[in-house]
Design a protein around this ligand. Structure first.
Ligand SMILES: NC(=O)c1ccc[n+]([C@@H]2O[C@H](COP(=O)([O-])OP(=O)(O)OC[C@H]3O[C@@H](n4cnc5c(N)ncnc54)[C@H](OP(=O)(O)O)[C@@H]3O)[C@@H](O)[C@H]2O)c1
Length: 335
């Protein structure tokens, strides 16, 4: 039997609605390396050891098997539905059929509602799973406030219908948020974004917090197992950064533990992925004990190198050659 970490000891986030959510969850994207059955088994183990927040998405291709795990855990009394905080995301090819996408996810997950449903990417630009980074869809278009709000109106309707408790956005930028937030009838409670020591996105992070929105950090360990197509020669290996390794040694933990302690203390909600029991147990446990000192937090802050891994090249439209166009680096929405 794995260690059990009492979920009451896991730090919590209070959302702008007043509702609460664990400050750390488990990711479920297999990065083309880990199969659905293996990930579902890890989710089952993670529930047993005290995880309550799970980050999912239709495009991860495993919601049906993970749904069986949720269902069994609830049926067997290991957990109640309202103790779990389950997320999913509408994929890019379903931006005009959000309810249908959500219904499919709910059927796969065998649930009446999810807790948080995201727009996975702010572009309706589809690409085939596993395609190479230089493939381009001829139908791909730049971001449009009008198209995004059309999708968001459908997201808001899901809240009205009780199919999700909350809605969120993912892979956004400050200029895009500036344009769409004033138009939302129901605001996002959370924004999912890439966040790890070498990519801290301070401007977006501060903006989101200031708006009362919870940042959820993906690739929190620097995603060492991300798909090869998302690797470039200049990428930083977060868990090998010497100053981070030194802090890990001082605390007697793996560098992964330092990434997660930092993330939770900074204010984001990291969602580390692992199929290995010893890893996912220690990932949860490390945020319940032995926090980093203020000096260590300052060292962690200095490790930011603006090193984005998930560049999103496959979502580019014809005419936009560079992935930077997706991220509005000059402060306005790239057209
Ligand atoms: N919204 C989005 O667009 C988006 C994009 C990307 C990811 N996500 C979400 O974020 C989640 C996490 O991101 P990620 O999976 O890319 O990266 P990650 O959590 O940063 O890294 C996962 C890898 O780190 C290693 N690891 C985990 N725990 C460890 C430990 N305690 N000690 C040593 N190594 C450890 C494992 O590799 P080994 O198996 O080799 O040990 C694991 O495969 C995803 O699963 C997904 O749910 C969302």
């Amino acid at each position: 039997m794995a260690d059990f970490i009492d979920p009451r000891r896991v730090p919590q986030r209070t959302l702008c609605t007043g509702d609460r959510m664990p400050a750390l969850g488990m990711g479920t994207f297999g990065s083309d390396r880990f199969g659905a059955a293996e990930i579902a088994a890890a989710v089952a183990g993670a529930i047993r050891c005290g995880y309550r927040l799970f980050d999912g998405a239709a495009c991860y291709g495993n919601e049906d098997l993970i749904g069986e795990v949720y269902n069994a855990a609830i049926r067997e009394g290991a957990v109640t539905r309202d103790e779990l905080f389950i997320t999913s995301k509408v994929w890019n090819d379903m931006h005009e059929r959000v309810e249908e996408a959500c219904d499919k996810t709910l059927a796969d997950l065998k649930l009446d509602y999810v807790d948080l449903y995201f727009v996975h990417w702010p572009f309706a630009n589809y690409h085939a799973p596993g395609c190479s980074v230089d493939s381009r869809s001829p139908d791909a278009k730049p971001f449009s406030v009008e198209r995004f709000m059309n999708t968001w109106r459908q997201m808001e309707a899901l809240v009205d219908e009780g199919k999700t408790r909350f809605i969120g956005m993912s892979n956004m930028t400050v200029p895009k948020l500036e344009a769409v937030l004033p138009l939302c009838r129901i605001k996002p409670v959370a924004i999912e974004m890439e966040l790890h020591p070498s990519f801290q996105q301070p401007e977006l992070f501060d903006y989101v917090l200031e708006k009362g929105i919870q940042p959820i950090g993906f690739c929190p360990l620097g995603s060492p197992t991300r798909p090869d197509r998302d690797k470039t020669p200049d990428d930083v290996a977060d868990m090998e950064l010497p100053q981070l390794v030194e802090i890990a040694r001082a605390h007697g933990v793996h560098p992964a533990g330092v990434c997660l302690k930092w993330a939770v203390q900074r204010g984001q909600t990291p969602i580390p992925f692992s199929v290995h029991e010893s890893q996912y147990v220690s990932n949860l446990k490390c945020v319940t004990e032995d926090p980093l000192t203020d000096d260590e937090m300052a060292v962690m802050r200095s490790l930011d190198q603006n090193c984005r891994f998930i560049k999103g090249q496959v979502f580019l439209w014809e005419g936009a050659n560079d992935w930077r166009a997706l991220w509005d680096l000059d402060g306005s929405i790239t057209k």
